[in-house]
Design a protein around this ligand. Structure first.
Ligand SMILES: NC(=O)c1ccc[n+]([C@@H]2O[C@H](COP(=O)([O-])OP(=O)(O)OC[C@H]3O[C@@H](n4cnc5c(N)ncnc54)[C@H](O)[C@@H]3O)[C@@H](O)[C@H]2O)c1
Length: 248
């Protein structure tokens, strides 16, 4: 077994499925203990983490609910210990034309995709400051740079994730806490497969240099790197992990 995250405790939001689940399992395989916050039951991820010999704590909560996130922060610390790594992954991506997006839709997607990252950072960064070591990794999206329809609210939240990453990094460098984001292309998950986004798979793959559909496993190596000591001098960055769709 590899040990790049030995003795680390990692929180992964939205770890019951898709990208978050893949990150949780990869981190556990590298020696981390794992805490998951998800609306859904994360039992399958928990079983996989346990099978890898690591400790796991799961809680069902809405990551956009301030009181629930604060309580989760306290519960994780008492169940596993002080947290070293936070992966803000939970998010939703409903497609809607601009004219049909209501203000309620707008506030909801901001609460889940943006407020959650702020609330989770408020819960876990203080402990990282005490340790003088920490990693915050936010999941943004390559859609920020792409020409994509019916995603005005989503793209705006993913832009906010990039701004949050850059600004928070500036305040935490003195504590050896790095804050970075990744920007995936469209990724094959149960949610995208059953979404109208699946209709855009071919066009998005055509925009990539590597012409195959991205999978969650394509992301875990970069997230692991950002969580490890190997990336200690990288902060405030958003790394496209997208088969070459976005070129810096
Ligand atoms: N799949 C893609 O194509 C793609 C591409 C770029 C970025 N992303 C981003 O990656 C992240 C994960 O995407 P995914 O495809 O794995 O999604 P997914 O739907 O497969 O999994 C998301 C998980 O988050 C949980 N979740 C959703 N809302 C929640 C809430 N309010 N509180 C707690 N848990 C909640 C869900 O229950 C689910 O387990 C999202 O932030 C998404 O924007 C996805």
């Amino acid at each position: 077994m590899a040990d790049r995250l030995a003795h680390k405790i990692a929180v992964i939001t939205g770890g019951a499925a898709g990208i978050g689940r893949a990150i949780a399992e990869r981190f556990a395989a590298e020696g981390a203990d794992i805490a998951i916050a998800d609306l859904a039951d994360a039992g399958e991820t928990a079983a996989a983490v346990t099978a890898l010999g690591r400790r796991v704590y799961t809680a069902r909560l809405d990551v956009s609910a301030p009181g629930d996130v604060a309580a989760f922060g306290r519960e994780v610390s008492s169940a596993l210990g002080p947290v070293d790594i936070l992966v803000n992954n939970a998010g939703i991506y409903p497609l809607k034309p601009f004219e049909e997006i209501t203000y309620e839709d707008w506030k909801r997607i901001f609460a889940i995709n943006v407020d959650s990252q702020f609330l989770m950072a408020k819960a876990f960064v203080p402990g990282m400051k005490t340790k003088k070591w920490g990693r915050v990794i936010n999941i943004s999206s390559a859609v920020f740079w792409l020409n994509i329809q019916n995603f005005v609210h989503y793209v705006t939240t993913k832009a906010a994730n990039i701004g949050f990453t850059r600004a928070l990094a500036s305040e935490l460098g003195d504590y050896n806490i790095t804050v970075n984001a990744i920007a995936p292309s469209v990724v094959k998950t149960a949610t995208t497969l059953s979404s109208p986004l699946a209709d855009a798979f071919d066009a998005i793959v055509a925009s990539q240099a590597i012409k195959r559909l991205e999978t969650p496993a394509d992301l875990t190596g970069t997230v692991l790197f950002l969580a490890s000591d190997d990336s200690e001098f990288i902060t405030g960055q958003t790394i496209p992990v997208d088969g070459g769709s976005v070129r810096n």
